[in-house]
Design a protein around this ligand. Structure first.
Ligand SMILES: Nc1ncnc2c1ncn2[C@@H]1O[C@H](COP(=O)(O)OP(=O)(O)O)[C@@H](O)[C@H]1O
Ligand SMILES: [Mg+2]
Length: 296
């Protein structure tokens, strides 16, 4: 999405963000340069879409075989501040991303031979039922062909017609996830989980073999092949901006897993990166800072 951030002087700063993009950004910062990193979606042909794709490219992020659709534009959101309270206004009902699975052939090509594919509950929420089916079928195919599928449910009530619809969609999709990366607060609201352990138990029952339940300033619960570990978060006195903390965590966790770290160590590194992220304004941290936090 395009992000507009209100500046104290009355101007708006234009940026690019969104949950899956923030995660990919963190991954890109941490993976060896030669590993191809692509953001698979659909894009417009307007000046904003062009700038968006140029921005991705300038940071080594491609768009694979994502369709370019002349009739669409990127989704947009604005961040305004009331004192220290941030509020978000969205214009996304006709965003290009909602068309990412309209062309099954193009999407299939974009997903071929990937080590890792990450998607989220927001990806699912913005798709109509038919393209959502297409996406899930292609993810299953990719998984059968050897890709690891990672999923962050990132439940956002406003994006779903009802909680029941979201419960079904976000519950069913666990059957194709190799790695689940939920945040306890979201799961609590949607599924009524009373503890992070209950969230984990639900993921285990759904057959997910590797999960991390994030929980803000509290410990993360890491589970791999039915062995769970509590990994404490890093204390931050005064968080500056918690936007994108979970995404930074996901990106760092997945980068660590891809580069051979065991799940508890990956979570420890992910906390390091996320704790830096909440001390940095905006959803995207500079890539060199991400790498420094990861290697700390
Ligand atoms: N107040 C905080 N203090 C320290 N770390 C935090 C804080 N809030 C978030 N984090 C870090 O960011 C990660 C993700 O935050 P969380 O709030 O659980 O996810 P999300 O941003 O997806 O809602 C946490 O696991 C932790 O590493
Ligand atoms: Mg989140």
């Amino acid at each position: 999405m395009i992000e507009l951030a209100a500046q104290p002087n009355g101007l708006w700063r234009v940026g690019f963000a969104g949950d899956t993009f923030n995660t990919l950004w963190t991954l890109k910062a941490l993976l060896p340069r030669e590993i191809a990193v692509d953001y698979v979606s659909a894009f417009g042909e307007d000046p904003f879409s062009i700038r968006q794709i140029e921005f991705f490219g300038a940071h080594g992020i491609g768009i694979a075989n994502s369709p370019r659709l002349s009739a669409t534009r990127p989704g947009l959101y604005a961040i305004t501040l009331e004192g220290y309270e941030r509020s978000f206004t969205y214009w996304r009902s006709d965003s290009a991303a909602r068309r990412l699975a309209d062309d099954a052939t193009a999407l299939k090509e974009s997903l071929v031979s990937r080590d890792l594919i990450l998607f989220s509950g927001i990806t699912l929420a913005i798709l109509d039922p038919q393209p959502r089916e297409t996406l899930l079928r292609l993810l299953e195919d990719a998984r059968s062909a050897g890709s690891t599928i990672a999923f962050d449910p990132n439940y956002r009530p406003r994006l779903w017609p009802s909680a029941a619809t979201a419960r079904t969609a976000l519950g069913d999709v666990l059957s194709i996830a190799d790695i689940a990366l939920p945040t306890y607060g979201d799961e609590q609201i949607l599924f009524g989980d009373k503890t992070p352990q209950e969230t984990l138990d639900r993921l285990r029952s759904a057959g997910v073999v590797e999960s991390v339940v994030k929980n803000g300033a509290e410990s993360a619960l890491v589970d791999a092949r039915r062995s769970s570990t509590i990994v404490p978060a890093i204390h931050v006195d005064k968080p500056l901006d918690t936007t994108g903390a979970g995404d930074a965590f996901n990106g760092a966790y997945l980068a660590a897993r891809l580069t051979g770290h065991a799940p508890p160590e990956a979570a420890r590194k992910a906390h390091m990166v996320a704790s830096r992220s909440i001390q940095t304004a905006g959803a995207l941290m500079p890539m060199n800072k991400i790498a420094a936090a990861f290697n700390f």
